[in-house]
Design a binder for this molecule. Structure first.
Ligand code: CTP
Length: 422
């Protein structure tokens, strides 16, 4: 029987330090994942002598990061995003060296830099020789870290690899899992001091609240299968980032995506269209609503409670029901309708014509229309060719990176909503 999904949807960043206990980190990954967590692993140079990147990558299902200055890693996710995307950081095994670096704010490799750059707390499972653990320097570092909100699990007493007996053995994987669950029961974000914020206080959207939907939705067929689409969330993320950079207070409601969320934005993770609609309603009132999500048009009428089995009856027949249209719902609101409602129209033919129809049927002020024919590579790609369609006409933009589309769109919205455009 698989364990309860006590960590469903939780994103963990696991730092694996050097030490013979690193082998237990592999079992820890398995235990965390079978409880529903996603795990990104970072190996220190010493850690890589005890656990291989390959085995960690195979178990986490994610690339393993080892270097601070890896161009290929950074192209996917920089170290700031990597640490901030996590709900919690887990250090197992936590060596005396890693704890000393964390307590003193050193940042000379990827693991220590992540610990300094993160906005999340960590759970550490120390493992080291007992004299190293009992050394006043280590005990001082631990006391500092605990005072700053870190949680420790272990070390346990026992026979050590070096033959001595005493405290120093890493806690068992299930003990670490329990510590992770306990840590996640309280807020894990480390607040910034009052008056310091990541949001720009000036800019063309200063003082405005912007709600963005983004990514695909997943509609369950049974507990393990779902209906989805190819949306990557890149365009929605880029819009949220551009709006935040323009000074707006941004709420990003995102379906399941594999890309890191921008900093300085309030994130609401959802799975289904129904959850996305609910989150969108709750995010109001807002000045601008941008529906960049590729919402599944249909959901399974009655998802199976247990996993569907192959059998004599042949393939199951799925009965679908239509999902609510989030954009049309928000666009059609009365008093609570945002001043600007922006929709996207993903089309494979008659792009502008279809966008005009959506402008009316979904009660939008602007429709950003794009051609998603497979040969354009827009779905999941980094570029987009869009047409801004409103009641007055069409503004066609050249092929641009999704970040540039986002920047231009935010500028266009700022012009309409009356803020000073710089
Ligand atoms: N949209 C939404 N809720 C839905 C479906 C779509 O909010 N249930 C929004 C999308 O976020 C996008 C716009 O509606 O801003 C257009 O979505 P699109 O898939 O292009 O249009 P559909 O309404 O699905 O129409 P069709 O596929 O039939 O052209």
């Amino acid at each position: 029987m698989s364990p309860r999904q006590t960590l469903a949807g939780k994103r963990l960043l696991l730092i694996v330090g050097g030490g013979i206990a690193a082998y237990k980190a592999l079992d820890l990954v398995r235990r965390l994942k079978e409880r529903g967590a996603s795990v990104h692993a970072v190996l220190t140079a010493a850690g890589a002598r005890f656990a291989t990147p390959l085995s960690l990558a195979a178990l986490t299902g994610e690339p393993v990061r080892e270097n601070l200055f890896s161009l290929t890693d950074d192209a996917r996710m920089g170290h700031i995003e990597l640490s901030r995307d996590a709900d919690l950081i887990v250090i197992a095994p936590a060596t005396a060296d890693l704890l000393a670096k964390a307590a003193n704010g050193l940042a000379d490799d990827l693991a220590s830099t992540l610990l300094l750059a993160t906005d999340k707390r960590f759970v550490a499972a120390p493992a080291m020789n007992l004299r190293m653990w009992l050394h006043p320097a280590t005990q001082r570092n631990v006391a500092t870290l605990v005072a700053e909100g870190a949680r420790f699990v272990g070390p346990n007493d026992g026979e050590m690899a070096c033959g001595e007996f005493g405290p120093g053995r890493m806690a068992e994987p299930l003990e670490i899992v329990a510590a992770v669950e306990a840590a996640l029961a309280s807020p894990t974000a480390i607040p910034l001091p009052a008056g310091v914020g990541v949001r720009a206080s000036s800019g063309p959207l200063a003082g405005k609240r912007v709600v963005v939907t983004s990514g695909p939705t997943h509609e369950a067929i049974d507990p393990v299968r779902y209906i989805a689409n190819r949306s990557s969330g890149k365009q929605g993320n880029a819009i949220a980032a551009a709006a935040a950079a323009a000074g707006a207070e941004v709420v990003l409601i995102s379906g399941p995506v594999g890309v890191a969320f921008p900093a300085g934005v309030e994130i609401h993770r959802v799975e289904t269209a129904m959850e996305m609609l609910d989150a969108a309603r709750r995010a109001l009132p807002a000045d601008i609503f941008i529906a960049a999500a590729a919402v599944a048009d249909w959901r399974v009428a009655a998802p199976a409670k247990g996993k569907l089995k192959k059998g004599a009856n042949g393939p199951p027949r799925l009965e679908l029901v239509e999902n609510p249209d989030i954009l049309a719902t928000i666009g059609g609101l009365g008093a609570n309708r945002p001043a600007l409602v922006v929709g996207f129209a993903a089309e494979t033919s008659d792009v502008v014509l279809n966008a005009r129809k959506k402008l009316a049927s979904k009660h939008c002020d602007i429709v950003v229309a794009n051609d998603v024919s497979p040969e354009n590579g827009v779905m999941g790609g980094d570029e987009n060719t869009v047409h801004l369609v409103d009641a007055k006409g069409v503004d066609s933009w050249p092929k641009l990176r999704k970040e540039e589309v986002a920047g231009r769109l935010v500028e266009a919205l700022a012009r309409r909503i009356g803020g000073p455009v710089k």
